[in-house]
Design a protein around this ligand. Structure first.
Ligand SMILES: NC(=O)c1ccc[n+]([C@@H]2O[C@H](COP(=O)([O-])OP(=O)(O)OC[C@H]3O[C@@H](n4cnc5c(N)ncnc54)[C@H](OP(=O)(O)O)[C@@H]3O)[C@@H](O)[C@H]2O)c1
Length: 230
């Protein structure tokens, strides 16, 4: 089977190679084997390849925090997962054609689910939900500001905030994104720039912003904070 390996840490396009490796073998007791059908490339995967992620295993290593797959075999004692099930994997190392993992590490998802959506189910949706629920107690009508609003997490924040009546101020790098983000439920959009705080206030009418989500850091953090100052 094919598997992505990195032999040293560095830019993914330089260090990641596709290797031909032996198959994963038959599942042992309590294990399942599945064919990987799709996996995303998350920013964390890029950091992993670069060696800047919080996990830095001995090399060679296989990136891939997420995937979706179809179960091909289950080991003795596995009763809640069966061949043919569509599953997502809670373990890493998913940039490969096959995985053999503990049955407890897979979650069965609906068989008709869009594969690309299923492959991205494990990380970004819970992250967006936790950002909205775990930091401050947001009430309906409260404002949240986020940069990188066009990211997968940013788009989920828009949808989940809208469902709670929480208003989102979405900072992006180009105005052409506004219609798409507004169609998702964005209350306001603004292009990043030196006058960010003024541009935000013009749209909120100076209403307080209860939460700021920053995925850029550095000066962008200060710029986001300035929009929340009253
Ligand atoms: N549990 C966690 O800690 C956790 C989980 C998931 C994600 N994250 C973090 O959340 C962020 C978004 O992840 P994602 O998977 O949703 O990302 P994504 O879908 O890959 O999108 C990346 C976004 O980053 C924007 N971007 C790239 N460089 C930028 C820069 N220099 N200035 C401003 N914007 C820039 C891009 O903007 P354009 O659209 O303009 O190209 C794009 O919207 C990442 O920082 C990721 O590491 C953390």
């Amino acid at each position: 089977m094919k598997q992505i390996l990195i032999d040293r840490y560095g830019p993914p396009e330089e260090v990641a190679r596709c290797a031909e490796v032996p198959g994963v073998g038959a599942p042992a007791t309590g294990e399942v084997v599945f064919d990987v059908l799709a996996f995303p490339i998350n920013p964390a995967d890029v950091s992993f390849c670069r060696g800047t992620y919080r996990l830095k295993p001995p090399l060679p290593a296989t990136p891939g925090a997420e995937c979706v797959g179809r179960v091909t075999a289950v080991g003795a004692g596995v009763s809640d997962v069966k061949p043919g099930d569509l599953v997502i994997n809670l373990q890493r190392g998913n940039w490969a054609q096959q995985r053999r993992v503990k049955a407890d590490d897979v979650v069965v998802v609906p068989s008709g689910m869009d594969l690309r959506q299923a492959a991205m189910l494990r990380i970004n949706p819970p992250t967006a939900l936790l950002l909205l629920t775990d930091v401050v107690g947001l009430e309906s009508g409260d404002w949240v500001i986020q940069n990188v609003a066009n990211s997968a997490v940013g788009r989920l924040v828009i949808r989940l905030a809208r469902a709670r009546g929480v208003k989102t101020m979405n900072v992006v790098r180009r105005a052409s994104l506004f219609p798409e983000l507004k169609a998702l439920g964005a209350d306001a959009c603004v292009v990043d720039g030196p006058d960010l705080a003024d541009a935000v206030r013009a749209q909120t009418g100076g209403a307080p912003i209860r939460l700021g989500l920053d995925a850029v850091s550095g000066r962008a953090t200060a710029a986001s904070c300035a929009t929340t100052a009253r």
